[in-house]
Design a protein. Structure first.
Length: 122
């Protein structure tokens, strides 16, 4: 039997094959498990949800304690601005897309036809 170092420990080739087989079986089992995630994201947070878009310009603030993405699509949007303090808004140069909002961050969406907005926990 030949031996080789594995993380500072000498193991036989047979031991290494057993370890590999055990790991393969373990990860294969994980992939096969069926876990119900109804109503939650893969991180256990609330699932994505629609945002009720108000009058233009509409300001949406991330009031959650974790990062969120907001997707803006459809409608006729002329301007999307981002703010950290709801006082200074900065041009994004976009009229649709996905925007990362840290807790307290806001988007100001100016439109003539209501867009669809979706909040996605991260």
């Amino acid at each position: 039997m030949s031996a080789y170092p594995v993380i500072g420990v000498t193991k036989t080739l047979e031991d290494a094959k057993k370890n590999f087989d055990n790991l393969r079986e373990y990860f294969s089992g994980l992939a096969k498990k069926s876990v119900s995630t109804a109503g939650t994201s893969n991180k256990g947070m609330a699932a994505e949800n629609s945002i009720a878009v108000g009058l233009s310009p509409f300001i949406f603030q991330n009031t959650r304690k974790y990062d969120n993405s907001v997707i803006v699509s459809g409608g006729t949007v002329s301007d999307i601005k981002w703010s950290r303090d709801q006082i200074n808004f900065y041009e994004t140069g976009q009229s649709s897309g996905m925007f990362l909002l840290s807790p307290g961050d806001s988007l100001k969406v100016t439109y003539s036809s209501v867009p669809t907005m979706t909040q996605v926990p991260r």
